[in-house]
Design a protein around this ligand. Structure first.
Ligand SMILES: O=P(O)(O)OC[C@H]1O[C@H](O[C@H]2O[C@H](CO)[C@@H](O)[C@H](O)[C@H]2O)[C@H](O)[C@@H](O)[C@@H]1O
Length: 244
């Protein structure tokens, strides 16, 4: 992979949140975003005529909280939530019967008492084992078994987390949705992300003539790579000074 090229005025920028804009932390709520990053994102948003969106596994409301006072166009819950334009209403998929059942089975499993962190995101569920890595195999086996008679749900492995979500969307679907609308339509998409779920967004950007940037180590279909969150911040800083 080569060095990431600069952002140009005709591009549309899609950014993952955890592990890309924000360093990973012990628990989801422990994450912090430097105020300088918010100022940089605001500048880029203006420079790209609004064609900047966050595409995350988190709910959009949490992204808004971390990036306050910025309320960027955003896709949350791996594309199950959408806010197309700055400050517009968030559209969210319903919490289905299957995910409700999975949540109940998880509460009954005894895994939470042993340290698995339960992140209820409405239509999706994230089960974190960061503070108990020894439980990874057991948790994976539990989720695998539980999903056998919940065919509408799909397992997604993240960083020290196993998520269950409906099949309806992923980050690639989210990117394509944005690219069909102004101010994104007609631009060259760039997707930056660190995790397995970001590969759908990166592949979609590259299929539409743009490029992806993988953050950190690991296999990726991205054409470019940045070493970590600090390198992403530096790239964004340079971008915010370059785009004219
Ligand atoms: O798509 P993203 O914006 O990268 O979100 C992916 C998941 O990120 C969060 O979990 C991850 O970050 C936590 C905070 O650093 C960390 O404690 C955890 O181990 C990571 O997996 C978030 O909690 C999930 O809901 C997101 O889906």
């Amino acid at each position: 992979m080569n060095d990431a090229p600069h952002l140009e005025p005709g591009m549309a920028l899609f950014l993952d949140f955890d592990g890309t804009l924000a360093e990973l932390a012990a628990r989801p709520e422990d994450v912090a975003v430097p105020s300088a990053l918010i100022a940089t994102l605001r500048r880029i948003q203006t420079d790209l005529d609004g064609a900047l969106a966050v595409v995350s596994g988190r709910p959009v409301a949490e992204i808004d909280g971390f990036l306050a006072p910025l309320h960027l166009p955003a896709a949350g819950l791996h594309g199950l939530e959408h806010r197309e334009t700055l400050g517009a209403r968030v559209h969210r998929a319903e919490e289905g019967a299957e995910i409700r059942l999975l949540k109940q089975r998880t509460r009954d499993s005894g895994l939470l008492e042993r340290g698995i962190y339960f992140e209820d995101k409405g239509p999706t569920l994230a089960l974190h084992y960061r503070s108990h890595p020894d439980l990874e195999q057991e948790l994976a086996a539990f989720v695998e078994e539980a999903l056998q008679d919940l065919p509408g749900l799909h397992r997604v492995n993240g960083k020290m987390v196993i998520e269950a979500k409906p099949d309806a969307s992923d980050k690639g679907v989210a990117l394509r949705h944005f690219m069909g609308q102004m101010p994104f339509a007609g631009r060259t998409p760039v997707f930056i992300g660190d995790d397995v779920t970001d590969e759908d967004g990166i592949a979609a950007a590259q299929a539409l003539g743009g490029f992806g940037i993988k953050v950190g180590e690991g296999d990726s279909c991205a054409r470019y790579r940045l070493s970590g969150v600090a390198a992403v911040h530096a790239w964004l800083d340079r971008a915010s000074l370059k785009v004219v």
